[in-house]
Design a protein around this ligand. Structure first.
Ligand code: GDP
Length: 298
């Protein structure tokens, strides 16, 4: 297990106790430890550089506070900077003013989109909404079935092409689902789209076509927290190819330290909105920047 940043800084500052004020050498020593801790948490290198630069800048300008020792003071600055980059406050879903709210999910195959779709639907249902799941992943064999099974577990209806798996036009299905939602008075439409194992032009085009057809209120980029450094490349590719409003991190129950959250939020400027942390449909919650900051630090 890695040493926590708090432990590292405590070590760095062992010899400084009582000194009260941070010298440039202290700040450099601290910056090194922060850099290592962030790299160990799998934060992308350019993000680490910017982050450490910002913390150094603040540490230099900071008045020494009576209540905190230098290590605590640096930890406080690091924590505040992390929370700011991660979006500050938890960003809530935006609902449509009239008609059904449309939420579209995009991401690589295996990211956990289909599972997430059902989790989100259950979460919305528990809040008194009346969601419908829409199967627009017509690429992956069995994706429609999987959504239907998950929809059943969540007690949420699923709108799917008549022919079932592997056939049909996802754009037409997406468009028809909005009409169905209006007819049946579903108030949130969750559109699951196809993912590929890698980013490719055809996938991006299909996702863009679906987006144009349903004009979502929110496009959410679903990404596996375990992919670490690669998260940035994928996140940027989807931002350029499809565009999105927020990020959902999945598989946070794994041992990922959460560096992906920081990298994506920093590079794309999009907030992480939800966290998915297990295979059960209830393993899902709003994303809390302050909790993630603690996870990255500890
Ligand atoms: P999709 O291809 O993006 O639709 O991904 P799936 O929803 O099919 O998920 C891929 C695999 O990851 C499945 O085996 C899921 O059970 C699993 N999975 C999804 N979300 C989570 C999560 O938060 N934690 C864990 N441990 N597994 C997950």
């Amino acid at each position: 297990m890695f040493a926590t940043l708090s432990d590292r800084l405590a070590d760095t500052f062992k010899n400084l106790r009582g000194k009260g004020r941070l010298s440039e050498a202290d700040i450099d020593a601290t910056a090194r430890e922060i850099r290592i801790a962030l790299l160990e948490a799998d934060v992308a290198l350019p993000v680490v550089k910017d982050f450490v630069g910002a913390v150094k800048e603040r540490a230099r300008g900071e008045e020494v506070s009576g209540a905190l020792n230098p290590a605590q003071q640096i930890i406080k600055i690091v924590n505040e900077e992390l929370v700011t980059i991660l979006g500050g406050e938890t960003r809530r879903l935006r609902y449509a003013k009239t008609g059904p709210t449309v939420i579209m999910l995009a991401g690589l195959q295996g990211a956990g989109k289909t599972t997430l779709a059902a989790k989100l639907a259950l979460w919305l249902k528990d809040q008194g909404k009346s969601p419908v799941l829409v199967a627009c992943d017509l690429q992956r064999p069995n994706a429609v079935n999987q959504l239907q099974v998950n929809g059943e577990r969540a007690g949420v209806p699923v709108f799917a092409p008549e022919a079932g798996n592997g056939s049909g036009d996802p754009v037409a299905v997406a468009r028809a689902s909005i009409e169905e939602a209006k007819r049946k008075l579903y108030d949130v439409v969750i559109v699951d789209t196809a993912g590929r194992l890698g980013v490719d032009a055809e996938l991006m085009q299909q996702a863009s076509d679906i987006r144009d057809a349903v004009q979502p209120d929110e496009v959410l980029f679903v990404v596996d927290a375990m992919i670490g450094q690669d998260a940035v490349i994928t996140a940027q590719a989807f931002l350029d190819g499809v565009g999105y409003d927020g990020v959902v991190l999945t598989k946070l129950d794994g041992d990922a330290r959460g560096g992906a959250a920081l990298s994506i939020a920093s590079i794309t400027g999009r907030p992480v909105m939800f966290a998915s942390n297990g295979e059960k449909l209830t393993d899902f919650d709003l994303f809390h920047p302050d909790r993630m900051a603690s996870r990255i630090l500890d």
